[in-house]
Write a protein that binds this ligand. Structure first.
Ligand code: NAI
Length: 258
């Protein structure tokens, strides 16, 4: 039996990444562009994102930035249409934008934390997918990757809104993987462990190292690029039989007992 030569290239594919101004979203956008994709960077923080777009395009790759607050349903709808019209379709959606939604259940402002966390990291994914679906259906290798967290596989105290959102992302991923099964649209999610990004920038170095030493098999935080490469693997045309997976990219955090 000979190989059919499934493609390991995303050259010419159109990819939309949310939260692309920083951290893992930025690394994903840069890596996808370097691999020849046409990348739509979207973020609520437009200024930071412009620098990223500038860096990508000045290196000769194809990218454009859009302002998008993923908590705003009307912005999502308009942005996805604009991106698809600009680049002539949409093949890859990476739902990455996120915030720290911490606070104990009895906090005075818990309702606000809950609403912001769930809206940004779960409802937004649903809306992005619904808006992207007509275009993904036109693609011959449509891919959705949701960025969840190891918080979706376990739990840390006092961040229940965050943990609930991330657990929901895993459920959404599995559910839609089954729902889109006959259409060839794959839906997967990545569960990053501790990564050096904007989100973890305020954890001081000593605490980072102590946490990594105790909890992570590889004894360190990762850099965003290490997650971006796994996202790339899941969106390759050759990743055609992988769907509904929640892939830990966590240096062994979730398998480490002692
Ligand atoms: P980051 O803070 O560096 O980047 C997050 C980006 O999302 C920022 O550019 C921010 O402006 C954008 N964003 C926030 N709210 C938004 C909104 N309403 N609309 C559009 N964009 C918005 O953080 P990081 O770590 O790169 O986060 C990416 C994803 O990874 C998040 O979903 C986060 O929950 C997840 N994650 C992060 C981990 C870590 O250790 N850093 C671990 C596990 C998951």
């Amino acid at each position: 039996m000979s190989l059919t030569k499934l493609s390991r290239s995303i050259e010419g594919k159109v990819a939309l990444v949310t939260g692309a101004a920083s951290g893992m979203g930025q690394a994903t956008a840069e890596l996808f562009a370097e691999q020849g994709a046409k990348v739509a960077l979207t973020d609520v923080s437009i200024e930071a994102q412009e620098h990223v777009v500038e860096r990508i395009t000045s290196a000769g790759y194809v990218a454009r930035g859009w302002h998008l607050d993923v908590t705003d349903a009307s912005q999502i709808e308009a942005c996805v249409v604009e991106v698809a019209e600009h680049f002539g379709g949409l093949d890859i959606l990476v739902n990455n934008a996120g915030i720290g939604a911490g606070g104990p259940i009895d906090a005075d402002d818990y309702e606000a934390i809950w609403e912001r966390g769930i809206n940004t990291m779960l409802t937004a994914h649903v809306r992005m997918i619904r808006a992207a679906l007509p275009y993904l259906r036109q693609s011959d290798s449509a891919r959705i990757v949701n960025i969840a967290s190891t918080e979706g596989l376990g739990a840390t105290k006092r961040i229940s809104a965050y943990t609930t959102a991330k657990t929901g992302v895993i459920g959404l991923t599995r559910s839609l993987a089954v729902e889109f099964g006959t259409e060839g649209i794959t839906v997967n999610c990545i569960c990053p462990g501790p990564i050096r990004t904007g989100m973890t920038a305020n954890i001081d170095e000593a605490n980072k190292q102590e946490y990594a030493r105790r909890r992570v098999a590889l004894k360190r935080y990762a850099v965003p690029e290490e997650v971006a490469h796994m996202t790339l693997s899941l969106v390759l045309p050759a990743a055609s039989f992988v769907t509904g997976v929640a892939l830990p990219v966590d240096g062994g955090l979730t398998i480490k007992n002692a």
